[in-house]
Design a protein around this ligand. Structure first.
Ligand SMILES: Cc1cc2nc3c(=O)[nH]c(=O)nc-3n(C[C@H](O)[C@H](O)[C@H](O)COP(=O)(O)OP(=O)(O)OC[C@H]3O[C@@H](n4cnc5c(N)ncnc54)[C@H](O)[C@@H]3O)c2cc1C
Length: 532
């Protein structure tokens, strides 16, 4: 039996980043991927309608563009081309007004000022602070926690003028922060709408973090997309890996990690056992690793207790549409945004999030919408659109907040065909309310249920998209369980490399990079007598 230095289980962005860093260090690496296509939740396909490329899951990559690790891979040399929509992000209000995040911060500020005098200056002041500390803050956030090497030094950089205040603001509830910073709904919703990408309630501490991070990255690096589809990002990572000797095995599911004397020594699949010389990096969810790939009898009892408290993030319904024309937005901004948020107001956004938290299908779901033809015209026939929207629903549905309304079909949360149809119709009504005539342009539709999302990527358990809640109680040293924060596991040579590890969901590659660096450190830098 041949021995490989490292086996990476799963070819999501974290797995592929990890594998690339290991081959760069001269390790032999095999990546096992259960699906027939690499990339995890970074894939695209044209099965909605011929000639229309839809991103099957994720679409916009400010976190990748802001990630020093992904930038450092030089994926452009392996065929990746980033493209951007004319403007970054738009919030569509019910009365036809828009809040727009432009590529140019002066234009963003001018638009916000038009709606509430003074908000433009507040936005520019925030951008100034970000210019001073943003890069260091990102590096801090993406480093293992607690930051024993390097990160502590970075922490000191963040103490530069304005840095600590920005960190404090990130820890605030998004509602109080945006109400403190801005007078108008347009500016408030640009930040709060981004907060709603994570599952922390707008009134809870820490919810401002994702809002500020995405809005400020949006202002500085944009919301780029790979030309040709999300899958092109994964394809570039695979090409880079293979050009350096790494091996990707598609359609091969890891079924177990063999542990001997407390160390990971092999990975089992249905047809073979791969002997591992140095490390196993698991780009699988924490519950799939602990008590799944590694049985409980090989793990400490306290981990089992702690995993009993592991909390998933909410579920997701995603709808993809092929359109034979552009979305006819009322009051459309002159420069079309790639990403559009739909919520009535800050209160509407809160309500939709609270209903999900209470186990209810939201009456007026918050929609994240992607206009992929706007962002990358190469994905659609001329003048057409490849549109998607997703929204969150509870993992366990207790009722429908929209029940009893004559204009809405009840959604039961069984997610059978009739239920998905009713939910997709509710989402279409939301788009139609901002873009009268939208439904007339639909030529094909696909609805991805929580079950379907999980069938296409086992990490998306019950339709959870972030590898576990982003709530503060499951972040940093609490991710995935209290006492973690670093990629090491109780099994020597086994590392958790997925979004279930710190710093969590999003395509930044940090979970994979942290795992790869920990593995390298244990084997390369530490003297042999201290190797574990
Ligand atoms: C609908 C949706 C929209 C999103 N939008 C965005 C966005 O616009 N921007 C953004 O930054 N993030 C977005 N995200 C989040 C982001 O995609 C994820 O956080 C990210 O993909 C996590 O990467 P990962 O490598 O940890 O896991 P994944 O991408 O989930 O990859 C895990 C891989 O492991 C494989 N696998 C699992 N178990 C096994 C096994 N036993 N053996 C072999 N292979 C296995 C899976 O098949 C999969 O390929 C979105 C996610 C979803 C679902």
């Amino acid at each position: 039996m041949t021995t490989t230095d490292a086996v990476v289980i799963g070819s999501g962005p974290n797995g592929l980043v990890a594998a690339n860093l290991l081959v760069d260090a001269g390790w032999s690496v095999v990546v096992l991927e259960e699906q027939q296509t690499p990339g995890g939740a970074v894939r695209s396909d044209d099965s909605v309608a011929p000639g229309h490329v839809h991103d099957t899951f994720s679409s916009f990559y400010p976190l990748a563009a802001g990630s020093p690790t992904i930038r450092g891979l030089g994926l452009e040399e392996h065929g990746l081309e980033w493209v951007q929509a004319p403007s970054v992000l738009g919030h569509a209000f019910p009365d036809g007004r828009w809040g727009v995040l432009h590529r140019d911060r002066g234009a963003t500020a001018a638009g916000l000022d038009e709606q509430a005098r003074g908000d433009g200056d507040s936005w520019l002041a925030l951008c100034d602070t970000w210019d001073r500390v943003g890069d260091d803050l990102i590096r801090c956030l993406l480093s293992p926690f607690p930051p024993v090497r390097g990160g502590a030094g970075l922490g000191r950089q963040v103490l530069r003028p304005g840095g600590m205040e920005l960190v404090r603001e990130m820890l605030m509830p998004a509602r109080s922060l945006t109400e403190k910073l801005f007078r108008g709904e347009a500016a408030r919703m640009l930040v709060a709408g981004n907060s709603a990408h994570a599952d922390i309630g707008l009134e809870s501490p820490g919810s401002a973090a994702m809002g500020l991070l995405l809005a400020l990255l949006g202002q500085t690096v944009g919301f780029p997309v790979p030309r040709g589809g999300a899958g092109e990002l994964s394809a570039a990572m695979v090409r880079r890996l293979e050009s350096r000797g790494g091996e990707l095995c598609l359609g091969e599911r890891a079924e177990g990690v063999r542990v001997q004397d407390g160390r990971a020594v092999a990975v089992r699949t249905a047809s073979r056992e791969l002997s591992v010389g140095r490390a196993v990096l698991a780009d699988v969810s924490a519950p799939a690793l602990y008590g799944g790939l590694v049985p409980w009898d090989q793990l400490p009892t306290r981990l089992r207790h702690r995993m009993g408290r592991f909390e998933w993030d909410p579920s997701t319904i995603k709808v993809d549409w092929a359109l034979d024309g552009a979305v006819p937005w009322a009051g459309a901004p002159e420069l079309s945004p790639g990403t559009v948020h739909i919520a009535e107001s800050l209160d509407g956004l809160s309500l939709s999030g609270s209903q999900v938290a209470a186990g209810l299908v939201p009456e007026q779901p918050f929609l994240l919408v992607g206009q992929m033809g706007v962002a990358d015209p190469s994905r659609v026939p001329l003048g057409h659109e490849a549109l998607w929207a997703y929204t969150h629903v509870p993992q366990r549905v207790r009722g429908d907040a929209g029940a009893g309304r004559s204009d809405l079909r009840e959604v039961r949360g069984t997610w059978d065909e009739a239920d998905l149809d009713a939910m997709a119709e509710r989402m279409e009504q939301r788009v139609e309310s901002r873009a009268p005539g939208f439904r007339d342009r639909i030529i094909a539709r696909r609805v991805l249920s929580p079950r379907e999302l999980e069938a296409r990527d086992a990490n998306l358990v019950g339709g959870a998209i972030n590898g576990g809640t982003a709530g503060l109680h499951q972040q940093l040293v609490f991710r995935p369980v209290a006492g973690s924060g670093r990629p090491e596991t109780p099994v020597k040579g086994l590392y958790l490399a997925s979004a279930s590890a710190h710093p969590g969901g999003g395509v930044h590659g940090a979970c994979g990079a942290n795992a790869a660096r920990a593995a390298l450190w244990h084997h390369t830098i530490r003297p042999p007598w201290r190797r574990t």
